[in-house]
Each structure stands twice: as C-alpha cells, then as structure tokens.
Design a protein around this ligand. Structure first.
Ligand code: B12
Length: 215
C-alpha cells in the first residue's frame, strides 16, 4: 500500500522526506502507479494549501520541481500497461494567447496540472487561435486554459473562443482563462466557463471537469 505520508510530504514541499519515502516505497515493492497516484494527491493538496494561504507562489513552483524529480524515478518503472493507462489520462491544452509572451504563471499552471496527473499539451506563448483549434482537434482535451497578462490581449481570448466555436469544437469542452489581465468579466464576455485567479483555482476547475476527485 502507498503511504499517505508521501502525499503529505509533497503538500508541504519537504523534498528530502519525499525522496526518502519514494525510495523506501519502491524498495518495499509498492507498485509505481500507486505511488504516482499518491503523489498526484499531494500536488492537489499543495494547491489547496495555496488557496488557504498556507503557502505561496514559490512553493507551487518548488512542488512542480519535486514532481519532475519524482517522475524521473517513477517514469521508467511504470510497466507498459501503466504507461498506456497514463497516456489515457485526462488532457489539458494550455497556452498564453496571441501577442502575449508572459509565461511564468502559465508554466505554474502547467506544473500543477501535470503534478495532479493531467497530460498537458503546452502551446507556449503567443499562441494564435488556430494553434488552440489544432491542438483541441488532435488531443481532445477535457479542459483548455488561456493565459494573458496584457489587457491589450483581451481580443486574442475572444478570437480564440470564436475560432473554437467556428471549428465546431466548443460543445463538451471546458474553457478557463487566467493570468494577471484576466477577470470574471473577461471570462463572461469572451464566453469562457471559468476565470481562475490563481493556478490552484485552475487546477481545482480542471479536476472538477475531468472528474478527478482527490481522496
Ligand atoms: C515578468 C514580466 C515580464 C517579462 C515576462 C517574462 C516571462 N517569461 O514571462 C517580460 C520582460 C518579457 C515582459 C514583457 C512585457 N511586459 Co510584462 N510583466 C512582467 C511582470 C513584472 C510579472 C509577470 C509575472 O510573471 N508574474 C508572476 C506570475 C506567477 O503571475 P501570473 O502570470 O499572474 O500567474 C498567476 C495567476 O495569474 C495564474 N495564472 C496565470 N495564467 C493562468 C492561466 C489560467 C488558465 C489560470 C486558471 C490561471 C493562470 O497562475 C499564476 C499563479 O497563481 C508583470 C507585472 C504584473 N503585475 O503581473 C508585467 C506586466 C504584465 N507586463 C506589462 C507590459 C506592459 C509588458 C510589455 C508590453 C512591456 C514592453 N513595453 O515591452 C512586454 C510585453 C511583451 C509581450 N508581447 O507579451 C504590464 C501589462 C499591463 C497591462 N495592463 O496590460 C505589466 C502588468 C507591468 C505593468 N504594471 O505595467 N514582462
């Protein structure tokens, strides 16, 4: 059985303890997929702690780095069946909208989603509407995230949503928007389903629409 201590250690970003528990669970024969699920729960709890203001932005970034180290250990140990299961995880497509090159916040959202077990297709910065459309067609995500920090890029969000609708891809798709220039009003005017003030809000919404319920 995977140990809840591991999730707790991730949620408080205690890296030495995380790596120690990871090794002992691997040596104790706990299946890597079980360990991974426990780590995903830890990342979701880290997001919850951030929302409760029990930790801050650097903790989210550090948590993402810890998850990358964990995946470097666990990835090669996942059997073909488990890898196939991992490749059928819920998918999120996310990018910084056209004409905006800010990516620090978007990258935190990416790390949080990956940490919670999402397969994330990161479109990078200055992503034109067609790039979102193409990625949605190809990857059929549960959720799409648009990030923007420039108020001059409101029109890029509107154009992206319009392109998604024109391509006939809007139905059944959840759209969220975030970043310092985003707001409830923008989400409403542009036709998004959700405005996330923080990466943790985005993670919560994505988990909700993908039916991921942390234990
Ligand atoms: C760093 C920075 C830059 C760096 C970006 C480096 C990089 N790799 O990202 C550089 C120097 C390149 C830059 C360039 C410019 N910048 Co600048 N930049 C900033 C600064 C200081 C910090 C942004 C940041 O990273 N914050 C930290 C992150 C963690 O916060 P965040 O992005 O908001 O993300 C959090 C949440 O919003 C959320 N989130 C983010 N995305 C998403 C997405 C979803 C879906 C969800 C749910 C949540 C979510 O999660 C994060 C964690 O909770 C801001 C100041 C500010 N107040 O934001 C100005 C700021 C955004 N920049 C500004 C401007 C004007 C510019 C330039 C136009 C300057 C110029 N004249 O060239 C250029 C724009 C270039 C372009 N085309 O995009 C203005 C924008 C003003 C406005 N209202 O539009 C700001 C506000 C500064 C100011 N006060 O004037 N900038």
């Amino acid at each position: 059985m995977a140990d809840h201590c591991l999730a707790e250690a991730i949620a408080v970003c205690d890296e030495p303890r995380v790596m120690e528990l990871l090794q002992s669970q691997l040596e104790g024969g706990v299946p890597p997929a079980e360990i991974l699920a426990e780590c995903n729960r830890g990342m979701i709890e880290l997001g919850n702690r951030f929302s409760r203001e029990e930790c801050f932005l650097p903790d989210l970034m550090f948590g993402g780095m810890i998850m990358k180290n964990i995946m470097a250990e666990l990835g090669p140990r996942l059997g073909p069946g488990e890898q196939a299961a991992a490749s059928h995880r819920a998918t999120a497509v996310i990018g910084t909208v056209q004409h905006d090159v800010h990516d620090i916040g978007k990258d935190i959202v990416v790390m949080m989603l990956q940490g919670a077990g999402f397969q994330v297709v990161d479109l990078g910065v200055d992503a034109p509407p067609e790039k979102f459309v193409q990625a949605i067609r190809e990857h059929q995500p549960a959720v799409v995230g648009m990030s923007l920090l420039l108020t001059t890029c409101y029109s890029s969000v509107v154009a992206t949503v319009e392109a998604i609708c024109a391509a006939g891809l809007r139905e059944g798709l959840s759209l969220m928007v975030g970043g310092a220039a985003a707001s409830e009003l923008l989400a409403e005017k542009a036709g998004c389903d959700f405005y996330g003030r923080t990466a943790a809000d985005g993670l919560r919404f994505a988990c909700q629409v993908a039916g991921i319920h942390p234990a």
